[in-house]
Every structure is written in C-alpha cells, then in structure tokens.
Design a protein around this ligand. Structure first.
Ligand SMILES: Cc1ncc(COP(=O)(O)O)c(C=O)c1O
Length: 393
C-alpha cells in the first residue's frame, strides 16, 4: 500500500490507543447468551443488544434450520431482478400486522434501511430536521440525500420549532431515533408529530431500540405513544430485540410501493438470507403471542438501575432497560471495562465519537435472559471496581 496511507493509518491508530478510544473487539466462542465464552473464559454478557434472548432461542434456531431445507441459503440476487421469495413477503405481511401499519419493506440491516429511505424521500432542494444524537446511520442517510440538514439540540422541541419557522423550499422531513441507544431516553414522539403536522413535514422514527422493548408486546414506540397512523415512516432493525439480522421500513402502501422503485439498497443489493427471514418471522410470532420476555427485560433493567443508584453510581436519565454507567474520561471508562472483564463481566466502554468527549461510560445492556443471581453478581463487581478506581467514594 502507498506509504503515505500507511503512515496516516498508523498515526490514527496510535492516537486512538492514547486516548483510550481504540476499540478492542472480543471473539465469542459460542452463541450470544446471558453468559458468553471469550478466550476460554465464561463472562456475564452485558454488551449485546439481544434484549430478549431471541438470538439463540430454540424456536428461532429451529425456524432458521427449516428454512435452509426449504429455501436454501442465498437469495440469488436483488429481489427486483431475481424475484422475491415468498418468505420475504410473508415476513413483510406479518410485520405490517404486528406494527399495525399498511405495509412493510425489509432491507439487509437497519443501517441500510436508513441509507435507503432518507435519500429516497428527500433530495437537493429539501430540508431535514435531525436530532443531534441521532444514530450514525441516520446521519449518513441524511448526508447521502444531499438535502439541507438542520440539526436541533437533543430533544429540544422549541429549538426545532424555531428551525421549522425559517423559510425553506421543497419537502421537509423530521427524523429522530425512538430510543437513544447511548442514553436510553425516549424521544418525545407526540411532540415531534404535532410539529410535523403543524409545519407540513414528513415524520420518521428509527425504532431500533424500541422494538421488542416499548409498547404492547414490544410493538415499539408508535404503539407506546398510541400514534398509529400519524408517523409516516418507522424504521426497524432485527439485530436488536428480534435477535436476527435485517431492517425494515413501515408505513403506508404508497410509501412501500415507492421505496420498492426508488430505494437504492433495495434495488442494488441482495436481500437477507432465508434462515434469517424465517427466524425473524418466528421472533415476531413469539412476541405476538406472549409478552413475558418483554416484562422480564423491564424488571431486570429496573432492578439493575435501582441497585446501581443505591450504590452511588450515576446511571444517567435512561427511561428504558439500557443503562449508561457514567464515568467521564474515556481512559477511565476503558480501564473500568477492562477490570470488569477480568472480574467476569463483559460490559463495553463507550467513548468519543459515539458519545461526546468527557461523557464516556460503560453501557450496560440488560437482557431478559439474565437471572437475578447474574445481576447481583454484576452489581458486586461494579461496587468493588467503582471503589477500586475511585469512582465511588
Ligand atoms: C438507532 C439505530 N439505527 C440503526 C442501527 C443499525 O442497525 P443494524 O445493526 O440492523 O444495521 C442501530 C444499531 O446500532 C441503531 O441503534
């Protein structure tokens, strides 16, 4: 490789290491569960988005195996050229029913769903209003669209209204995360919907961390606020609570017909594999029938947060099971995470650019699969290391 680039990359990597921001990727020697095996050692898993344990649920695994026999492993090509498997259509119909919308289109991931939908809806002469803490895939989707992007301070509806009052031409889109994944707070979707209606904007919510968590049976943020029919586009991802891989856009029949003709990742990239689709269908069936996993997730999250607060940790303003344990400096958060791992708890530190500088944290992802003993084990370790590293005094 060109030596200028070698030197550039080496310097960037060294800088990340010095700042405590170098991302150490752990190798899992087995499935995502409440406990995972890393370097031959069983550690408590507080890092995965597998909120409900569906990533390794016997029923989803069984459905994936069956789909392999019936449909094979690959989709062949993009759906608009090779034809679409009935399995993908079945998933889209089931999702539409589950989310109480007219229609759904699936994509290869949640990230791709945002890259697909935003540039299809707005372009050069249009305006996007985007929360400053929106996920990277929303930010990239906005940039790809070439629309003017007006970023409003996190959750600040007054500032948003100020921006909406400025004169613009073209179409307008308000876009927000549903649950903000680094803090666990929930967007004020009713307020955003009202502003969208008042200022004639399209409203889009990315419900990646709300699906399987919020609303009846985990139907998501729109159900949580009973806003059915008032949110134009719901983005979903299957890689969190649903336990598989894939993404989707949900909305009106017309929106979905339009996206099938215009969304580039749908038109130019192959669909998710049949086993993933079948497992996703099974996850939706499990959720529809029984909300006990969702309830367990919430009781585990509430218990962990309460106990951490009692111990003296700052766990931010989370309104969901996501628990940010606020540390401050990235180096300290990184050292905390390393010591937790040595003590048997796998909980990642998160620093800049994922969260602002000086707001590094350990992000704890509780799951329905954790037992009370698991959580108590972790609480003991957090207390011990909080004292050891001078975070608890
Ligand atoms: C809000 C949000 N949108 C999209 C994504 C991307 O989802 P996927 O993993 O399906 O690409 C994530 C995952 O981190 C997310 O948190």
């Amino acid at each position: 490789m060109n030596s200028d680039f070698e030197i550039f990359m080496e310097a960037e990597l060294r800088k990340l290491e010095e700042e405590g921001l170098y991302n150490q990727i752990r190798s899992l020697q087995g499935p995502q569960g409440a406990w995972v095996k890393i370097n031959g050692k069983e550690v408590l898993n507080f890092s995965s988005n597998n909120y409900l344990g569906l990533a390794n649920h016997p029923e989803t695994v069984k459905a994936a195996k069956k789909a392999l026999d019936l449909y094979g492993i690959g989709p062949g090509a993009v759906r608009s050229i090779a034809g679409t498997m009935t399995l993908h259509q079945e998933l889209e119909e089931r999702l539409a029913h589950f989310k109480k919308v007219e229609a759904v289109l699936t994509f290869q991931s949640g990230f791709k769903a945002n890259l697909a939908v935003i540039p299809a809806l707005v372009g050069k002469s249009d305006t996007i209003y985007s929360d400053e803490l929106n996920h990277a895939s929303i930010i990239d989707g906005c940039r790809l669209s070439r629309a003017e992007i007006k970023v409003f301070p996190h959750g600040d509806l007054d500032s948003l209204q100020g921006l909406l009052q400025e004169k613009t031409n073209g179409r307008k889109l308000i876009v927000t995360d549903g649950v903000f994944s680094m803090d666990g707070d929930i967007a004020n979707l009713p307020g955003l919907v009202e502003l969208a209606e008042e200022y004639n904007c399209l409203i889009m919510v990315d419900d990646a961390h709300g699906e399987g968590v919020l609303g009846s049976h985990g139907r998501g943020i729109v159900d949580h606020f009973e806003l059915h029919g008032r949110v134009d586009v719901e983005i979903g991802t299957f890689s969190k609570a649903i336990g598989t891989v894939g993404g989707c856009a949900a909305g009106s029949e017309r929106l979905i017909s339009y996206l099938k003709q215009k969304a580039r990742p749908f038109l130019f990239s192959s669909a998710v594999t049949p086993p993933d689709v079948a497992a996703t269908i099974r996850s939706i069936e499990i959720l529809s029938k029984d909300d006990s996993l969702v309830k367990k997730l919430w009781s585990n999250g509430d218990y962990f947060k309460q106990q951490m607060k009692k111990t003296g940790f700052d766990v931010g303003e989370s309104q969901t099971p996501i628990t940010p344990v606020m540390i401050g400096e990235a180096q300290v958060a990184s050292a905390f995470s390393t010591r937790l791992f040595e003590e048997g708890v796998f909980a990642q530190s998160i620093g800049f650019p994922t969260v602002p500088r000086g707001k590094a944290r350990i992000r704890v992802m509780i799951s329905a699969t954790h037992s009370r003993d698991d959580i108590d084990f972790a609480l003991g370790k957090f207390k011990k290391l909080g004292e050891e590293l001078g975070i608890l005094r």
